[in-house]
Ligand binder design. Structure first.
Ligand code: HEM
Length: 133
């Protein structure tokens, strides 16, 4: 196998593993189940995203943020997402890929958190809506 197909194969397997772990998580599983019907198609899109994020492969040209706007999840989903992702990259990617992917993922979870939950309630919880006055 060439280096490129090795690495594409590794990225795809990492994405499969991520969703295997995510589907065992009580917070993430229902969010995934409600939105994802074509699993292989979804794995392909997300693997293309990571291929582009890690290697600038040009395989992904979409915009992840708007895709997440209509999803029904709370701010606690970010920790669960990062936990599953951290494990999946550690198990399957090379150490350098894992480190780069995690850096990118932390940055994106932070942007999603700020973009999707721009308000803070009186108890400090991030919220999609402003506090009721
Ligand atoms: C709370 C955390 C997250 C949850 C619950 C979540 C859930 C989902 C779901 C359900 C979809 C499929 C949406 C659909 O096809 O209608 C999706 C798509 C996607 N997610 Fe996430 N996600 C989260 C965070 C992230 C982060 C941090 C990244 C990147 C670092 C990411 C990258 C992607 C990508 C690339 C897609 C495909 C976008 C496209 O179709 O072009 N997600 N996510």
């Amino acid at each position: 196998m060439s280096d490129t197909s090795d690495r594409e194969d590794r990225i795809y397997r990492m994405v499969q593993r991520f969703y295997e772990l995510g589907n065992e998580d009580p917070v993430l599983a229902p969010v995934f189940a409600a939105a994802i019907t074509d699993w292989p198609g979804h794995f392909r899109i997300v693997a293309d995203f990571w291929s582009h994020a890690l290697y600038g492969s040009g395989r992904y040209r979409g915009h992840p943020f708007p895709v997440h706007m209509h999803l029904d999840f709370g701010p606690e989903a970010f920790d669960a997402w990062l936990k599953a992702f951290t494990q999946a990259v550690a198990e399957i990617l090379t150490p350098l890929e894992a480190q780069n992917a995690l850096g990118r993922a932390r940055h994106m979870t932070e942007s999603f958190r700020v973009g999707l939950f721009p308000f803070t309630l009186a108890d400090g919880t991030p919220s999609r809506m402003p506090p009721k006055t």
